[in-house]
Design a protein around this ligand. Structure first.
Ligand SMILES: NC(=O)c1ccc[n+]([C@@H]2O[C@H](COP(=O)([O-])OP(=O)(O)OC[C@H]3O[C@@H](n4cnc5c(N)ncnc54)[C@H](O)[C@@H]3O)[C@@H](O)[C@H]2O)c1
Ligand SMILES: [Zn+2]
Length: 351
């Protein structure tokens, strides 16, 4: 797949998408860094596992982990450390970690002294296939996800796939869910490849992981290139995500599990609206099941509908959802809450 995200220096295109150093080793990060001073932002786990490969000349700032630390409070702590270290507009901040580290680093760097350079070395499957691409950076506010943020691109993203081997299975599945999303909305070829290579993907076989991350980056980059500010096309990346955050919060499931359920609901609605052949919806369900991602709603339908209604409290009776016209082709479609309600009841009954 042609990858607009992977650019050679000297490329003439407007730099919406940063240079991607695909498959480069973390040990080589140092050679790509420029600027007077570099400061690494990371978390404890990543530091414990990989600090031996960090650029030796950089100072580092350690932040906590988990969504609860993705706050302005942590950003303020980082600003303070920047001040103590004498970071200025000639410096570069380097986020080494998962999506949380990348989102916070991008936001702190984009706002400190009205913006300093930053780069990412994402270390989770989700961060390599999704979060480090697209330029959205930010933090949560009062428990609401990504309420504060900027759209600003890093100088480059270095993706060392070998670090993924230390990820727990649950984190791998969060990445897989986003990879399946990318295939479902934009590439039948990638979808078929996943069907044939799901076991290799799950076991992080090098060739398979390289291809899937490369394809994911290509798909997300090309969508972002068309619509960086999310006026239309970029909304397709929300496939399966409309209620994901509420499902995570209320049912205590992971992001990957919530997205899996969201995609199954959206596929069902696509079939009922006469957009998607039933066979395609089944293929999506079967692929998710291969990874042991959930495809059945085992919660009380009333509680799910309650979550959806609260989530959409300001949106009136109709909502814009991302549906599928075929595997590999997404569209934005308006449906009624009643229709959604019927599908939820149906899915809770029939599984
Ligand atoms: N900016 C975007 O476009 C975008 C897109 C998707 C998600 N996100 C954000 O990404 C965040 C989730 O990111 P995530 O799933 O990477 O979670 P995460 O950043 O919380 O990382 C998960 C855990 O894995 C650990 N870890 C990281 N690398 C490891 C490695 N190589 N080996 C072992 N453990 C490792 C971390 O220490 C952490 O405990 C969310 O906050 C979400 O909002 C942002
Ligand atoms: Zn997601």
């Amino acid at each position: 797949m042609n990858n607009p995200g992977i650019k050679q220096s000297g490329n003439q295109k407007r730099d919406i998408n940063p240079r991607i150093l695909m498959g480069e080793s973390l040990e080589c990060l140092e050679h790509y860094l420029s600027g007077n001073k570099t400061v690494i932002i990371t978390d404890q786990r990543v530091h414990r596992l990989y600090s031996k490969h960090f650029p030796s000349s950089s100072e580092f700032i350690m932040i906590g982990s988990g969504e609860t630390i993705k706050t302005l409070h942590t950003v303020e702590f980082i600003y303070g450390q920047f001040m103590n270290m004498g970071i200025d507009r000639t410096s570069t901040a380097v986020g080494i970690g998962g999506g949380i580290v990348c989102d916070i680093t991008g936001y702190a760097a984009s706002t400190f002294m009205r913006g300093i350079n930053f780069v990412f070395a994402p270390t989770t499957l989700l961060a390599q296939a999704d979060a480090s691409i697209g330029g959205k950076n930010g933090v949560n506010l009062n428990g609401y996800k990504n309420m504060i943020g900027t759209i600003n691109q890093p100088q480059f993203v270095l993706m060392d796939h070998s670090v993924l081997r230390t990820l727990p299975k649950s984190e791998i599945l969060c990445g897989v869910s986003e990879i399946i999303k990318h295939a479902a909305i934009a590439s039948l070829d990638m979808f078929s490849y996943l069907e044939q290579n799901w076991e290799n993907a799950l076991n992080l076989k090098r060739k398979t992981v390289n291809k899937l991350i490369n394809d994911s980056v290509a798909i997300k980059s090309s969508i972002v290139e068309k619509d960086e500010k999310e006026k239309g096309e970029r909304k397709k990346l929300n496939f399966g995500h409309t209620f994901a955050h509420s499902f995570e919060k209320v049912f205590g499931i992971s992001h990957g599990e919530a997205v899996s359920l969201g995609m199954v609901i959206a596929a069902r609605l696509s079939v009922l609206n006469g957009l998607l052949p039933e066979g395609d919806a089944q293929r999506l369900k079967q692929l998710l099941s291969k990874f042991n991602l959930p495809v059945r709603l085992v919660f009380e339908p009333e509680s799910i509908i309650d979550v959806i209604r609260k989530d959409k409290k300001k949106g009136g009776d109709r909502i814009d959802l991302i549906l599928l016209e075929s595997l590999g082709k997404a569209i934005i479609h308006t449906i009624s809450i009643n229709e959604l309600q019927e599908v939820i009841y149906d899915m809770c009954e029939s599984g």
